[in-house]
Write a protein that binds this ligand. Sequence first.
Ligand code: IVH
Length: 680
Amino acid sequence: MRSEERASALRALIDAANYHYYVLDAPTIPDAEYDRLLRELQDLEAAHPALSTPDSPTHRVGAPPLKDFASVTHQVPMLSLNNAFSDEEVAAFDRRVREGLGREGEEMEYAVEPKFDGLAITLLYQDGLFVQGATRGDGYSGEDVTANLRTVHAIPMRLADPAPPVWLEVRGEVLMLRRDFEKLNETAREKGEKTFANPRNAAAGSLRQLDSRITARRRLSFFAYGVGRVEGATLPASHSAIMDWLAARRLPVSSERRRVKGVVGLLDYFRELGRRRNDLPFDIDGAVYKVDALADQEVLGYVARAPRFAIAHKYPAQEELTTVEAIDVQVGRTGTLTPVARLAPVFVGGVTVTNATLHNEDEVRRKDVRVGDTVIVRRAGDVIPEVVGVVLERRPLRDLLTPLHEPFRMLEACPECGAPVIRLEGEAAARCSNGLACPAQRKQAILHFASRRAMDIEGLGDKLVEQLVDKGLVATPADLYDPAKVNRESLAGLERMADKSAENLIQAIEASRGRPLARFIFALGIRQVGEQTAKDLARHFGHLDAFAAADEAGLMAVPDVGPVVAAAIRAFLAEPHNLAVIEALRAARAWVDGEPAPRLAAPLAGKTFVLTGTLPNLTRDQARERIEARGGKVAGSVSKKTDYVIAGEEAGSKLAKARELGIAILDENGLIALLDESGA
Ligand code: IVH
């Protein structure tokens, strides 16, 4: 084959691989093969410079640095969107649209899509070839970031179109996928470099690099959401059809886009997308609604700098600014000391936040969070609020000149019991060395023992445990079952404890006797032993005594128990205090032993399930228990290792991923049939 033909064949292979990997998210060839093809093309082009073409994938590695960015005037201005923050504002938008079109009585068709939380850019294609890319700037002119955008693999260097338009301007958003953001920060952390606060900042920082070779090393993504200048082609007559038209030309468009009818359709989409917001591979800050028919868009036109035919419906912000009033240290169940920022109250992620975790000493130091600082607080979904970083520009001036507030240092004594704080080598967490003699750890241990997934003692919450421990009534979980300690009279002496609630608590404690061994082992609160490990241990040993007698090798015979877990178990059971508590709990008949699992009673052993969406009858916990009872495992995310995905109502990205990977998908009936088949 002549070099010219080979070069062109290589370009086609590499472009196809890029498209499948970056746009369809379904790789076709291994990375090593991709690298070999690219290397071969690079070598060919180096040997025969005339073979290089402007759309060659070899240009994606970046070009020598620029002095500054040239300015680009947008032929069609890049406008912004008005925002809606409530259902009423969306209803008002829809009403204005229908009135504007004189179609009050009708239901409008809308194209709906995520509001990507990245940076707006425009891509110019001349005769199908990517010739220029620019930022939005002030909407009328932006910066020429062509060299940087060439390094974004999702952006085609040539449109897949045999008869391309003379001019086509594609508008969309550059962003960084969460997984790429995590990786970037991890690498920065390892190197002791500055991390980015969120994917948006990382994308902005990467796009505005004068040295595009740096951009090339950051993985940026792109989604198209519209067009600007179009000449020499007739585009379809609706927004949604234009998106399909762009997709056919291999431009990435979001798979989350839909067509809906009326306000109900808009709000349903908003809620559905909102539920899945944290499962999406990228950050979004709302949904964008666009009147679908271009003819209608034209009639509606623009007001000031925003279209009347579109609106952005925003979710409550997941990040806000507030100030740090104090940094306290909390003692956890296993003695872990966690620095916690006390904050001026701030509404974020839909709730008012006053505390945020700072994780550990290293983390506080790295972020250099100090009292008085303005910080970014993030609360995404049900995840506990965290301090993302400090806005150094807002550090009080006096602190910049003569620091009033020193960098954080971990306490040397436990704030609860005064015992020395230790930090084991290789561990991020500092801990109180006092074990269960520390009242804070004692309280946490009892709370954990009583928690829903452990012994499930209803009504035994933190306020109550606090009083029981402080009054000296209860020092260990076993004391809960001691009628000399916990009884109607002793409970009556506690704050906010009516006769009825005392009675209920005593009943709940009684009801918790005789829990299965798995719950009991979990309830002990052994470090490293979570709910799943406790189940595995209970199934394997059957009896507590067999479990307690096992040495490390014996423990490691249990699936998924490694040396770290085995050592933690042995350390716990070597503690005379812990053995005494277990004996007292035995006397209280707190648990019942089972039978060790016969090897064959696990027909679903080795099978991994993922649950997604809402099942009609079974709760998630019930489905999980039934699968586990037959030896199956339930995982949180879909991967090639998943055997079955059980999908209910409103199953989202996990279902899509399962389809993509060709994994068996069952509904509730399918699951029940499978369980029955493997039951008996
Ligand atoms: S359409 C005429 N669609 O939101 C306006 N914009 O305030 C055309 N954005 O700067 C914008 N996702 O960066 C549109 N699906 C989407 C979007 C989106 C994010 C951003 C865009 C723009 C801002 C508008």
